[in-house]
Design a protein around this ligand. Structure first.
Ligand code: NAP
Ligand code: MG
Length: 463
């Protein structure tokens, strides 16, 4: 049964079949306020627990997630169109991030600082209630990167999933209670960004917003947060460069390049959506890239061998088309992979040649399986082209020259670079953007600092 025109509900659509998977009730402002107030009460209870008990409960939460990996993954395949292989990794990532931060409650060390006539100690105090706002592209990992360190640092969390993809977050919320976390400590509040998300920003009990999504909404949240000097962490867009030098292992660079941009159908803020190839190997690289792109298996995301599924929505597909065939001046498509016909929001892996560096397909985040390729002449030009963007999230550098690898890594203005690989995210290392790609760092040892305030206490010893 469809409730498609009821503003209080949202039909979750399977992007590979266009069938309704489930209908979710959307919270209004009063329900959001209640969730925030209950979270604030749960936080006081959580902070009173012994650190070892908080750690134990987070490990139990990780174990409960582990025993539901397949259920969570299957739900993500249906509700978000992720390939089953990716979805299993994503659910496993939530478990791993919880396990990693479960060590934190017993290790939130302060300092003892030498002072005259007394002692001075610092404490890392929780903020209170943290609002986590999640986009639709990675519903599970991005939720976990917010709630795991926030809870480990002693906070409560209210979490708004994207309207399009609420199901796995709602399941994670139930699993938290099943694991024994205090009720309402992690409260998943499905609803619209303009209602629930905005209320997180304006409600005084929410002390921090951890947001991932578009740069435009991130800017709006940052402006709104100024009213209460509310803390923000922002993970925004990207237009990352994959820089291929002539001295690289060209076969590997070409074989891996499609997965660096077409994974999750290109709906990835770290997508290497600009390939910069040194001119002397440019033609050879494109030959190799063409056969690699044609090998990408696009189809039923529930099949074990699927490498790319559909886009999230018809609207997203229209956006992608607006950069390629429906652009004011259609861009030159060099070659394409395949995609199924019929129902589903399919779009084939597509490699284009921009007319110039001013072309929107070269400058703007497409958030779809489209990659643009341009040549460069030398190292200095490669760095200049890579940095000629408002974004600075990730990027890759392919070279066998270790000095060049380091020089270019230091030269590219981006938060997460990989040399001779395309990895951006490891839960034990910091992740975040330069320039308009964001503010603050998630994951790794750094994230805990953004979910705590440092308190300094001086104790006179009466000397
Ligand atoms: P978005 O509008 O920024 O949505 C991200 C999250 O923010 C969603 O949960 C959204 O809720 C919520 N939101 C929207 N308006 C809000 C407001 N005024 N106050 C508080 N929260 C608000 O992103 P989108 O529309 O889904 O995607 C648009 C483009 O953003 C994409 O094409 C892509 O270029 C970029 N994007 C980047 C990332 C990333 O990982 N950096 C992720 C997603 C999108 P609703 O779902 O209810 O709108
Ligand atoms: Mg939006």
């Amino acid at each position: 049964m469809s409730h498609g025109d009821d503003p209080r509900t949202h039909d979750v659509i399977d992007p590979s079949t266009e069938q309704v998977v489930d209908t979710v009730e959307l919270a209004d402002v009063e329900q959001t306020d209640r969730a925030i107030e209950r979270a604030a009460a749960a936080q006081r209870q959580w902070a009173r627990l012994a650190p070892a008990d908080r750690g134990r409960l987070l490990r139990r939460f990780a174990d409960v997630v582990d025993s539901h990996i397949e259920d969570l993954a299957r739900l993500e395949v249906r509700g978000a169109g992720h390939t089953i292989g990716n979805a299993r990794w994503e659910a496993g990532n939530v478990r791993d991030v919880l396990a990693y931060y479960s060590a934190a409650p017993e290790r939130l060390f302060g300092r003892q600082i030498p002072v005259a006539d007394g002692i001075d100690v610092t404490f890392k105090e929780p903020l209170g209630v943290v609002g986590v706002i999640v986009p639709w592209n990675f519903p599970m990992p991005i939720a976990g990167w917010g709630f795991a360190p926030a809870l480990a640092a002693g906070n409560a969390v209210v979490l708004k999933p994207a309207e399009l993809t609420p199901l796995t977050a709602m399941m994670l919320g139930r699993l938290a209670v099943e694991a024994g976390l205090p009720e309402h400590l992690l409260s998943v509040v499905p609803g619209r960004g303009s209602v629930v998300g905005e209320r997180f920003v304006t409600h005084p009990l929410v002390r921090k917003i951890c947001f991932t999504g578009s740069t435009a909404v991130g800017q709006r949240i940052m402006r709104g947060a100024a009213d209460q000097v509310k803390r923000v962490t922002l993970e925004l867009g990207g237009k990352s460069a994959n820089i291929v030098f002539a001295d690289s292992d060209l076969e590997r660079a070409a074989a891996t390049a499609p997965y660096a941009v077409f994974d999750n159908a290109g709906q990835d803020c770290c997508a290497r959506s600009r390939i910069l190839v040194q001119r002397s190997v440019h033609d050879r690289f494109l030959e190799l890239l063409e056969s690699a792109v044609q090998k990408v298996r696009v189809g039923d995301p529930g099949a074990d061998d699927a490498e790319m599924g559909p886009l999230i929505s018809d609207g997203q597909r229209r956006t992608v088309r607006s950069f390629v065939e429906d652009a004011e001046q259609p861009v030159d498509v060099l070659f394409r992979g395949s995609a199924p016909e019929g129902a589903g929001f399919w779009y084939p892996p597509t490699v284009v040649r921009p007319r110039s560096v001013a072309d929107p397909v070269w400058r703007e985040e497409v958030f779809g399986p489209v990659v643009a390729v341009l040549p460069f002449d030398d190292e200095a030009e490669a760095i200049a082209m890579a940095n000629d963007t408002a974004y600075g999230l990730s990027g890759s550098i392919w070279t066998r020259d270790v000095g060049r690898a380091l020089r270019v890594s230091r030269g590219v203005e981006a938060g997460n670079l990989s040399v001779n690989s395309h990895s951006s995210v490891r839960y034990s290392t910091p992740f975040g953007g330069f320039k308009q790609s964001g503010l603050g760092r998630e994951l790794g040892p750094d994230a805990l600092d953004s979910f705590t305030e440092v308190k300094n206490v001086y104790i006179a010893t009466g000397d």
